[in-house]
Write a protein that binds this ligand. Structure first.
Ligand SMILES: [Zn+2]
Length: 326
């Protein structure tokens, strides 16, 4: 009895009708299965195209980023929109940062606009680039926001002599002492921006070695520190050392090239030489023969003179062999 009543309850629950025959039971199951299968297919069809596209984008963009394979690969069908929104910024950010952190990665497939993302000082692989492509790496622009932030309170202070709007940010290529092409940056007065671009372009074309060229703000706008690191730089709002007169550097109208090998030399009057930077003392005697020396016959000196610049090596009271001004 017990078994039967249980059996009949089951039959009622399942089909709402008592079991009549084996054939009608199978038919009912068949119909239920078909309805469910159709419903499942309809749901699948609706989501499948978006889901698979999202999945593809996720895969492609992720391969760019540093994350590698994420754990959420099954997810996109359920939340295609959320997935799409997340992928955008996540994918784009590493694309911007990658070249900065690893110049070798950049060498594999260079896109010219990515040069902006490379920090000054980076080694830059120019193999296979045409002359017009190389020329495009020499340009000037109004000081970008990011550059102004580096300068204000460091190489630039509020003053009545020069505004940020009168200065230009230059990007160039230069041949390092290591024989590699480096990205260089300078801030100069807008009135000499074209001169400097032409000179730097010609120096690079002739493989003239310049060791470093980053803004003096990398050295806290400390001239001695920048010079002793042999950094080539231009704008720095400061007075001439040991006087209250503004330096031409304060107006962005002067540039110092390879300063350690071409130091500022002053006779103190007692026969003792003041040399700046101090670690350039070995190069104060200009009769000696050593590399990177700016002297008569030097290409750098020749180009600056052709563009109407005065050379500190020609001064009488002091000698400033690194210095060119207009
Ligand atoms: Zn100088």
């Amino acid at each position: 009895m017990k078994r039967r009543s249980k059996g009949s309850r089951n039959a009622i629950r399942r089909g709402r009708k008592p079991r009549r025959s084996a054939g009608s039971g199978i038919l009912a199951k068949c119909i239920v299965f078909c309805v469910m299968a159709f419903a499942a297919f309809a749901v699948f069809r609706e989501f499948q195209p978006v889901g698979s596209k999202t999945g593809q984008e996720t895969a492609v963009q992720r391969s760019v980023g540093p994350d590698g394979a994420g754990p959420e690969t099954e997810g996109p069908v359920q939340e295609p929109n959320a997935s799409q929104q997340n992928v955008g910024p996540d994918g784009a950010e590493p694309e911007m940062k990658e070249p900065v952190q690893d110049s070798n990665a950049f060498q594999q497939g260079a896109v010219f606009s990515d040069m902006d993302a490379l920090e000054a000082g980076s080694i830059f692989d120019v193999s296979g680039l045409s002359q017009p492509a190389l020329d495009s790496f020499f340009y000037s622009e109004e000081l970008p926001e990011e550059v102004q932030q580096r300068m204000v309170g460091s190489s630039y202070q509020e003053n009545g002599n020069i505004s940020l709007a009168e200065l230009r940010y230059l990007r160039v290529l230069h041949m390092g002492f290591d024989g590699n092409t480096h990205i260089g940056e300078l801030v100069v007065n807008q009135s000499i921006a074209e001169d400097i671009l032409e000179i730097m372009s010609q120096l690079y074309a002739q493989s003239y070695p310049i060791e470093k060229m980053v803004l003096i703000d990398a050295y806290g706008a400390d001239d001695e520190r920048s010079m002793s690191d042999n950094n080539t730089s231009a704008f720095n709002y400061r007075e001439i050392a040991g006087s209250s007169k503004l330096s031409k550097h304060a107006l962005g109208l002067a540039i110092d090239i390879n300063p350690k090998y071409n130091p500022y030399v002053k006779d103190s009057g007692t026969g003792e030489l003041l040399v700046s930077p101090a670690n350039g003392a070995d190069y104060a005697d200009r009769d000696g023969d050593f590399p990177y020396k700016i002297a008569e016959g030097d290409l750098c000196l020749q180009l600056f003179q052709e563009h109407g610049f005065a050379w500190g090596g020609n001064w009488n009271s002091v000698k400033d062999y690194q210095h060119f001004e207009k």
